[in-house]
Design a protein around this ligand. Structure first.
Ligand code: MN
Length: 252
């Protein structure tokens, strides 16, 4: 989206912010897709802003993939209704591009990014970059986030990209099964560095699928790290309203 008038959000009138991540929507649909579509039609229109902090899709091989039409249309409808939607790449859908954003009416955010929520600077990030103990994953991340690698991948035929993405998912599943949960969580010093570098006292991220609100100290200052939940077994979102953050579950 490039219309500057519509990218302007009057924060003075913003009352309700929503945050989700790790919806992990599959092309085949399923219950999480039904639940997320319901969320976009009922909960999200009541908010002024929706942030999607990565891994909306289980896999994304390029904007020319004809799948996920219902979700794209529901996001576009939300935008027409007046809720601004901001999207960040995750480790599974990092190839979401400008065509997708134009169709879905979303703005793509860099990762990490500092946004202003009700006058406070808040760091938003998907969260995978904080998991520095998982060295094998970080090596893979630096390869696939390289623009040259991405251009080469996107120039392959769609069927080849789908095949390679399926293989990568299988490899990722076996890596996850063989890696200690502690290794796949955020690294404490990476978190502290992120707080210090961004000069913020609150961050919101997903990726680890461990929804919680952690109060901690970083550089002698009290800070808060809010972790969003995944949508595998139930829906999960963060609501900010009237000065309070609250994690909400949507049972199935
Ligand atoms: Mn992730």
């Amino acid at each position: 989206m490039t219309d500057e008038r519509s990218t302007h959000i009057d924060h003075a009138s913003t009352r309700r912010w929503l945050f989700v991540s790790d919806v992990h929507l599959e092309a085949s649909g399923g219950t999480s897709q039904q639940q997320f579509l319901q969320f976009l039609r009922t909960e999200a229109p009541q908010a002024d802003v929706l942030y999607i902090l990565g891994d909306l899709f289980e896999s994304w091989v390029g904007d020319d993939d004809p799948g996920h039409g219902a979700v794209i249309e529901a996001l576009a409808e939300l935008r027409r209704h007046g809720t601004a939607c901001f999207l960040m790449h995750g480790n599974r859908d990092f190839l979401l591009g400008t065509d997708f954003c134009a169709r879905a009416g979303c703005w793509l955010l860099p990762d990490p990014v500092i946004v202003h929520i009700d006058g406070e600077s808040v760091l938003l990030t998907h969260g995978d970059a904080l998991c520095t103990d998982d060295q094998a994953y970080q090596e893979l991340r630096s390869i696939v986030r390289n623009p040259v690698w991405q251009r080469r991948f996107l120039s392959l035929p769609l069927a080849t990209r789908v095949f390679l993405a399926d293989q990568a998912r299988a490899g990722s599943k076996s890596h996850t099964a063989q890696t200690l949960p502690r290794i796949m969580d955020v690294n404490a010093s990476a978190v502290e560095t992120a707080f210090r570098t961004a000069r913020v006292r609150r961050m919101i991220h997903g990726h680890t699928h461990r929804p919680a609100i952690h109060d901690a100290l970083a550089g002698g200052q009290s800070v808060q790290r809010i972790v969003l939940g995944a949508w595998y077994e139930q829906g999960s979102f963060l609501l900010y309203q009237d000065g309070h953050y609250a994690l909400r579950e949507l049972p199935r």
